[in-house]
Design a protein. Sequence first.
Length: 277
Amino acid sequence: MPSAFASTTLAGDVQQERSTTMLLPTLDQAAEIAWDPALSKLRGVYGFDSIDPRSRSFNMIRAKLMELRRDRKWRMIGVVSATPNVGKSFISANLAAALSRDPRLQTYLLDLDLRRASLTALFGIAPQDSLLDYLSGTGRNGAPGAYRLQGQTLLVLPTVRGLVHSAELLAGAPAQNLFRAMRGSDERNYFIVDLPPVFANDDAVTTMTRLDAYVLVAEEGKTTQREISDAAALLGEERLAGVILNKYRGGLMSEGYGVDAYYAKGYYGETEESERS
């Protein structure tokens, strides 16, 4: 594995710190897992099916993200909420699924909600090597395990939930190597990163310093505008791509799906009702 040297300055002294250069897993290297479109929808993942009416909002959000990719070069996007249980991981999974249908992109979905990881349940993955293994230095190959859904091009880098020192792991050398690899990878690569709720701990704030932008998930009737404003202030309003209003009833489309201009200057969308965090 190639290596590089990075210089850091601490208390006036210049120290040499060795860091490992990692390569992101590719489709060919990913472990393929069985995937059934019908089972996908039972689990609440609709974004792979462009004609399913439940995917319409994600298609619209995808279009807006592609505008931001073109205009601002944003391609490392965090998905975050102010508080738990408003559908954040449901949004992450469906948005990544919708993006993966774009042949211009290679879409990656990373689960960095280390304490309450839920993407494994959504996609039915029992990871042999998880992001948690990689971040804690116990992974087998020096890189996070990646999983490809049968018949799809989405690459999922899952983790397993646990009581871990998540802030330390996300600030550690393996995490920084991962972010550098993402940043330096092919411009076709697009990253959706499922982050912890802002007010649960400082993980989201720490991680957002390495990403381009974020979308903030709110739940109609539950998330307050004060919570949205405070979360945006902590994460940086200049990098807020928009607010997604989950469980929104009414709007521009039938069947309870619509788009609501709720907050901020980015895009606004709503999605299918979900209890997933």
